[in-house]
Design a protein around this ligand. Structure first.
Ligand code: ADP
Length: 625
């Protein structure tokens, strides 16, 4: 029989499995059982609408059998089964489970630990078995198949006879060697303990034949006599963790459930469960990851919750349950009020589902608000991970969700030197300040040095520093916060009452005209600045498009050629500007050079590219000579 080789990444993982440390080995059972349960979920779902399956809810079971002399553990399910393509695709590669990709991204971490923490599915069986046989028949398929592998060098698939639909996994347990005691896994008490530890919540009975000593009925109680009896026993409580009373579930249980279910190897940053009774009755168990999932800010990331209806899995990733701005939330929802017969397509328009989604949105909002109020440090950690997503929520759908999100977003404050909420900003505003000021730029440090900020700082005004592209769009779509408008101080319109400055006194149109003529179309206007203090020049954007938007659009939609209208502000109180003015009549060439130099400097400070860097460098050198 020709062997098929494992796909290359699977080979690497197999090596890792085979050499992993002992304490991790026991998770193999959890992984196999969880696959069996998933397979049953699938057939169970079909059976709701298709009588030809011929099975009722109570018929679905997982059996475990141990054959000690032959060193075999057999796990049997009556789930959906696999055909030969499935076997080839699913058991020939592990690309299906996100775990391997994740592992690769985290290569620097301890590989072995990742295995222990969240498992790598079917392959983990190779930690305890040197030979694996899978016998399976898929629902609605005439033929049955066997997949067999004795380790890293490959597998073969053959046709077999099998009557019942479902899958049987036969593990040939390794011989004990140098301190590795695999034989333990052939003990019923051990297997039973592993099921309790890792698979208790599985919603189908996990059955094993157990031996008991039973009191003989007709014996004399003074001299009790016992019989050895064998009886099928259900090893798991079958109560899903979200159905259990909050008080009775330990933090560790919640954490373990989260890690297994959602392929994370770190504990969640937040766990919250809800039991809602009302128009729609449901239970939810939600998690916020403590790290950004590796594919989070890509198209590959699928938001959504697992949706159960009275304990039956309806959908693995129901995206309608979670709004875009809370896309980072993971978890499960179980409701008895959803019709079991509903198709996944119909579900989208289901009123009950919308109701649940609305309730969940409120719950998540409240949870985040109280987190922000009661544990600022933890909230800021969360915010560093997912704050961008919240701000995105302000922008999408033309700002329709701003009321949900506006009190959850944070910005860096120039006066507080830390992240603040908009509410905190507004509460601090002095009476004579009309607007909320913000400034945009590459980073907090560069914004702090922007010439435009000097004037506001002098007046003791608080400025929100915005270094993320989304920030400006967020303010734009919010329009105002509790009646206060947002003003970008890097843009032109500063509405404060002006103190008379030297700039106004020196109001001399011929200087402005000279500079404008020298620069031509590069700028739309040259003005004497009201806000400059120690800097000679700055650029402001006029007419709605800011420099940050220009930079953003240059990447997002270069063909649109969106340009901010440039206004050059000059500071007549600055010696460099005075030097220019003095030369307008004395040495026109030099004055033109100065005007260009100052314009280029304004570009640099605004973080905009120089139009002709080498020309600029030549000018600087010629002045140095
Ligand atoms: P994962 O469960 O993370 O997808 P596994 O390596 O555990 O990865 O399993 C790979 C795939 O093999 C599963 O997704 C499923 O399609 C299939 N599979 C495994 N065990 C069974 C089973 N008992 N019944 C049906 N299909 C199974």
């Amino acid at each position: 029989m020709a062997k098929t080789e494992f796909k290359s990444e699977s080979k690497r993982l197999l090596d890792l499995m085979i050499n992993s440390i002992y304490t991790h080995k026991e998770i193999f059972l959890r992984e196999i059982i969880s696959n069996a349960s998933d397979a049953i979920d699938k057939l169970h779902y079909i059976s709701l609408t298709d009588d030809s399956v011929g099975l009722n809810k109570d018929d679905f079971k997982i059996h475990i059998e141990i054959n000690k002399p032959e060193r075999l553990i057999t796990i049997t399910d009556n789930g959906i089964g696999m055909d030969s393509d499935d076997l080839d695709n699913n058991l020939g590669t592990i690309a299906n489970s996100g775990s391997f990709k994740f592992k690769q991204e985290n290569e620097k971490n301890d590989d072995v630990d990742i295995i222990g923490q969240f498992g790598v599915g079917f392959y983990s069986a190779f930690m305890v078995a040197d030979e694996i046989t899978v016998q399976t028949k898929k629902y609605n398929c005439d033929k049955a198949y066997q997949w067999h592998s004795a380790g890293a060098d490959g597998y073969e698939i053959t046709e077999i006879e099998k009557d019942s639909v479902g899958t049987k996994i036969i593990l040939k347990i390794k011989e004990d060697s140098d301190g590795e005691k695999y034989s333990e896994f052939l003990e019923k008490y051990k297997i039973s303990a592993l099921v309790s530890k890792y698979s208790d919540y599985i919603r189908y009975p996990i059955i094993m034949e157990m031996e008991h000593r039973k009191l003989r009925e007709d014996c004399d109680l003074e001299h009790p006599e016992y019989d050895e009896v064998k009886e099928d026993e259900v090893l798991n409580s079958m109560i899903p963790i979200w159905q259990r009373n909050k008080k009775d579930v330990t933090e560790e249980e919640y954490n373990d459930f989260y890690k297994q279910k959602f392929f994370d190897f770190e504990n969640p940053a937040k766990v919250f469960s809800n039991s809602v009774e009302g128009v729609v009755t449901f239970k939810s168990l939600l998690f916020i990851p403590s790290k950004v999932p590796f594919n989070y800010y890509t198209k590959e990331y699928k938001k959504g919750l697992q949706l159960y209806s009275s304990g039956v899995l309806i959908m693995d990733n129901c995206s309608d349950l979670i709004p875009e701005h809370f896309a980072f939330v993971k978890g499960v929802v179980d409701s008895q009020d959803l019709s079991l017969n509903i198709s996944r397509e119909m579900l989208q328009h289901d009123r009950q589902l919308k109701n649940i989604a609305n309730t969940l949105e409120k719950k998540i909002k409240n949870e985040l608000s109280s987190w922000l109020k009661n544990d600022r440090e933890a909230y800021e950690k969360f915010y560093a991970n997912f704050g961008k997503q919240l701000k995105y929520g302000l922008v999408v759908d033309y700002g329709a969700h701003k009321d949900v999100v506006k009190d959850l977003v944070l910005f860096y404050s120039s006066t507080e030197k830390k992240l603040v909420t908009l509410k905190e900003y507004v509460e601090r505003m002095s009476e004579d300040q009309k607007d909320i000021y913000f400034a945009t730029g590459e980073s907090i440090e560069t914004i702090d040095k922007l010439p435009q900020t000097e004037y506001f700082r002098e007046k003791g005004r608080e400025i929100l520093y915005c270094a993320e592209e989304i920030d400006e769009f967020a303010f734009q779509s919010m329009n105002d916060y509790s009646g206060k408008m947002f003003k970008n101080i890097v843009n032109e319109d500063v509405e404060e009452e002006e103190d008379k400055t030297e700039n106004e006194e020196k109001n001399d149109d011929s200087t402005l005209k000279f500079i404008k003529d020298t620069l031509g179309d590069k700028v739309s206007e040259v003005v004497f600045s009201k806000k400059l203090r120690s800097h000679p020049v700055c650029l402001t954007a006029k007419g709605g498009v800011s420099f940050e938007m220009e930079k953003y659009m240059a990447i997002a939609q270069p063909e649109a050629m969106v340009k901010a209208e440039r206004v050059l502000e000059i500071n007549a109180a600055h010696p460099a500007v005075n030097a220019l003015i003095a030369n307008i009549n004395a040495d026109k060439d030099k004055a033109e050079k100065y005007a260009k130099l100052l314009y280029n400097q304004a570009l640099i400070i605004a973080g905009l590219p120089l139009e002709d860097p080498s020309d600029y460098a030549d000018m600087v050198c010629s002045l140095m000579n």
